[in-house]
Design a protein around this ligand. Structure first.
Ligand SMILES: Cc1cc2nc3c(=O)[nH]c(=O)nc-3n(C[C@H](O)[C@H](O)[C@H](O)COP(=O)(O)OP(=O)(O)OC[C@H]3O[C@@H](n4cnc5c(N)ncnc54)[C@H](O)[C@@H]3O)c2cc1C
Length: 536
């Protein structure tokens, strides 16, 4: 591929109208007011994995049910990008949230082996892992922990596992990456990894912890793993192990680049909003659901004169000439100075006609949302919800549920509904090898039987909604970094004019998607950027 490209950003194509694509158009139009931007969305709906549905109740009022993204974390490292966008879109008065101090909603459970176990959750070390939970460890946390350790089979092996982990060295052949499962077994023992670790990974990625990349998805734990053994019988001084992948200058430069960008945003008006509202919040949404964010983005970009929006326009392929990049749909081939693909990595590679490159897979998730007339049906287990680890005996979870969210406890100030809203998440990695997936009717029946077995709920719901997303959550495999490095090298051949952003690359949460959208439009004239430069 020749590199004699013009790099002036005058005609930009954005492929994919999920939150990343919408935000890319928004940031792109602000950054390049003279450029013409075209958004191609394959379906007739914008928002992608974000989908809030409104259920009309008998009293004529509507309540919100989430079929995709449910809550956003206020304390995630990149949340400041979201906070800034909320400010710019004027959404701060439409927030619905859960306060860190909310005693009920902060409770979380794990189902093991046949009942719900309360888990004491607090952000004890933000540099290791950020969880949506209160910052401080309270006396109540400690009492719950002690009770759990002494009475619950869930915590069997906790003390010996941690004790053993303190003296364990990372194996010499583990240099560039390892699975989250291996890392957790090494540091906390097999039982804790399977009973607690796998449940958390189900909640975050719907994935199999033995296949997911520790380096890409749990960078704090991965870094900590290099620092062990913390205790050394011979010298008591922590020694740097030899099998630590060196952090080269380029990686450090991009980490600094990201930190500087987040600091810049925090130093602006978003920092004030963060201090004023978000510091006390654990998770948030909007009164009209998370979909309000993509709705507002859509309104904003519809009003921007330099953006053309095309729905029902699946891009079929992308090609490059010496002067232009071309986007091919069923009806047209259009030239652009730059293309930003916000579709998944496999789709982007397919559009470019790149075959035989190791890529990433996705797992399917079915969300089943119930609205019941009776309030607090989840009593006595009030709280955010529960996760189900892979170690639960098959007869306790034949439906392969990943977790259950007590929506009416999780976000309390969203709508007027007085009854109970509960959602069941099914499938994930358990269904990834299934030739055929359950229908939504089958999913509803499965979710009902989960709630009956686990919580004793037999009441018929007033309303129920189910949605199957076949390629719901990307699974970053062990070796994710080196795969993306290879993709970066290939995209670099387009001279900075073919770029990628979205949930296949730098994190799967909505904050990560917004971060990648805001960053991808910076320096479109830089020939070395692809959106994956931090992996080089
Ligand atoms: C069930 C579920 C629950 C989740 N919960 C949370 C949560 O609580 N918090 C959180 O932070 N994150 C959550 N996530 C993750 C988050 O939703 C996603 O990472 C994020 O919304 C992805 O946005 P995106 O725009 O990158 O991709 P997508 O939303 O997948 O959008 C991609 C878009 O590209 C379009 N497209 C695909 N191919 C083409 C083509 N050839 N031409 C044109 N258009 C094309 C698609 O139609 C789609 O609209 C959840 C995800 C799922 C599935």
């Amino acid at each position: 591929m020749s590199k004699k490209y013009m790099t002036e950003a005058n005609r930009i194509a954005v492929i994919g109208g999920g939150v990343t694509g919408l935000a890319t158009c928004y940031y792109g139009a602000k950054h390049y007011p003279d450029a013409e931007i075209t958004l191609f969305e394959g379906s007739n709906r914008f928002g992608g994995a974000i989908e809030s549905v409104f259920v009309e109740m008998d009293d004529g009022r509507a309540i919100v049910c989430e079929m995709g993204v449910r809550t956003l974390r206020a304390n995630a490292p990149r949340a400041i990008v979201m906070i800034d966008l909320i400010r710019e879109l004027g959404l701060e008065h439409e927030l619905a949230f859960l306060l860190k101090s909310d005693n009920i909603a902060s409770r979380r459970y794990i189902y093991y082996p046949d009942h719900l176990v309360a888990i004491p959750v607090a952000n004890v070390s933000k540099s290791i892992v950020h969880i949506p939970a209160p910052d401080a460890v309270t006396l109540k946390h400690i009492c719950t922990l002690v009770r759990m350790v002494f009475t619950e089979p869930l915590s069997k092996g906790l003390m010996t596992g941690i004790g053993q982990g303190l003296f364990t060295k990372r194996p010499l052949n583990v240099v560039n990456d390892d699975s989250i499962g291996n890392l957790l077994v090494r540091r906390f023992g097999k039982q804790i990894a399977e009973n607690i670790g796998s449940a958390i990974i189900h909640g975050l990625y719907a994935g199999n912890m033995h296949k997911l990349s520790a380096r890409a998805l749990t960078p704090g734990l991965w870094a900590l793993d290099t620092r062990f053994p913390l205790v050394n019988f011979h010298s008591r001084v922590t020694k740097q192990p030899t099998n630590v992948s060196p952090m080269d200058d380029i990686t450090q430069k991009w980490i600094k680049d990201e930190t500087d960008m987040l600091k810049r945003i925090r130093n602006g008006p978003a920092g004030d909003l963060e201090k004023r509202i978000f510091r006390d919040i654990s998770v948030f949404s909007f009164k009209r659901g998370v979909g309000r964010l993509t709705e507002r983005l859509q309104e904003e970009i519809y009003a921007m004169r330099n953006i053309k929006i095309r729905s029902n326009s699946p891009v079929k392929s992308i090609s490059g000439t010496n002067n232009d990049m071309l986007v091919h749909t069923d009806f047209h081939s259009e030239p652009f100075s730059h293309i930003i693909s916000t579709t998944s990595l496999p789709t982007t590679l397919d559009l470019l006609g790149i075959k035989d490159l190791p890529t990433i897979t996705h797992v399917p998730v079915m969300t089943v949302a119930f609205c019941y007339a009776t309030p607090n049906l989840n009593h006595p287990h009030r709280g955010f919800g529960y996760l189900i680890p892979e170690s639960v005996p098959p007869q306790q979870n034949p439906e392969k549920a990943l977790g259950v969210i007590f929506d009416s406890d999780a976000i309390t100030n969203q709508d007027h509904f007085q009854g109970t809203k509960i959602s069941v998440m099914l499938g994930g990695h358990y269904w990834s090898s299934h030739a055929s997936l359950p229908t939504t009717d089958e999913g509803v029946a499965m979710a009902k039987s989960v709630l009956q077995r686990h919580l004793g709920i037999t009441e018929e719901p007033l309303k129920v909604f189910a949605r199957l997303k076949k390629e719901a959550i990307p699974q970053y495999p062990v070796g994710h970094h080196s795969r993306l490095k290879r993709v970066h090298e290939i995209l670099k051949d387009y001279g900075g004019r073919m770029r990628v952003a979205g949930n296949s690359y730098m994190g799967i949460g909505v904050h990560d998607c917004l971060f990648s959208a805001r960053r991808i439009v910076e320096k479109l004239d830089d020939r070395d950027r692809t959106g994956l430069e931090m992996y080089q």
